[in-house]
Design a protein around this ligand. Sequence first.
Ligand code: ADP
Ligand code: MG
Length: 330
Amino acid sequence: GCVRKICSGQVIVDVATAIKELVENALDAGATRVDVKLMGSGCDEIEVSDNGRGIGPGDFEGVARRYATSKLRDFGDLERGVSSFGFRGEALASLCELAGSVEVVTRDAGASAGTRLKYGRDGGIVAQSVAPRAVGTTVTARDLFKPLPVRRADLERNAKRHFAKAVRLLQAYALVARSARLRVTNVPRNTKRPSVVLQAQAGRAMTDAVAALFGARFAATLEPLEDAKFEGLASRATGDGVGRAEGDRQFFFVNGRPIDAPKLARAANDVWRHFEMKHKPAIFLDLRLAPGNVDVNCAPDKREVVIDNENGLVAALKDKLHALWAPTSR
Ligand code: ADP
Ligand code: MG
């Protein structure tokens, strides 16, 4: 009914959020390898494969039903601050509603083979068969927004912009989810040949992930940022106006979760402008907050977060950046 219609489209609003939800599921499943394969920049197909724990047969029927989640045991989990990315049980259900087709191939440790599952628009299983598969899960979503012609048309028309947003989001996960190797390829519509979009090895420091994504030369222009409540990297001030336009390399995380942090970004840009006058600095900041001091549950995509005493955090960041960028410290 109406509730379904209102809810759908909140968690998945474009190619980027569709990919994000699937990558988060892979990470939640404890994967150490996550492969994202896009066709037509994600317009034609989004496939995310992982070597995580897989889905057990008992969950085949439930996973794509709305509000089905295996990650939240009770309401207390929400209050204590869940550490998994997902806990709403909406992503697969939304994807089934919003894509032309959704297929899952999965195998858990107890299974002797994989299972291929096709889900219908209502999240129910429409086909099931045995398929070869190592332990892990592959989810394939084709033709995102096919049931919604207007949104589909927008996606096709603005494929480039949607793809750029997806790449940025994937970069954020590569920077912070370093327990897994993330590899992203795309087969553009015009070339038909796969190209590597990004690749980041597991188990490295954030500087290594930055180097993998943006180059070692760029990584070498950053200085570490450390405080009781955050750690990260920021542009080194040059003071001679050499600062490049790196404002698009601003990434914020809270406890390893990519977030939008406009207040912190503005603070960093203000301090930079105070000293450098030019451009914007690169900044990669992972906030380390007690679960009780942050609420990630206020927006369905969990990017907008409410931080307890955010002003204190802004002040602490400004202090650090002043110390880093003040001419006397150079
Ligand atoms: P949520 O992540 O909020 O629980 P989703 O709709 O994203 O909701 O996923 C529903 C359920 O499907 C998850 O709770 C999990 O049990 C299962 N699942 C989805 N993707 C994977 C995966 N890649 N590996 C293992 N289990 C998965
Ligand atoms: Mg999820």
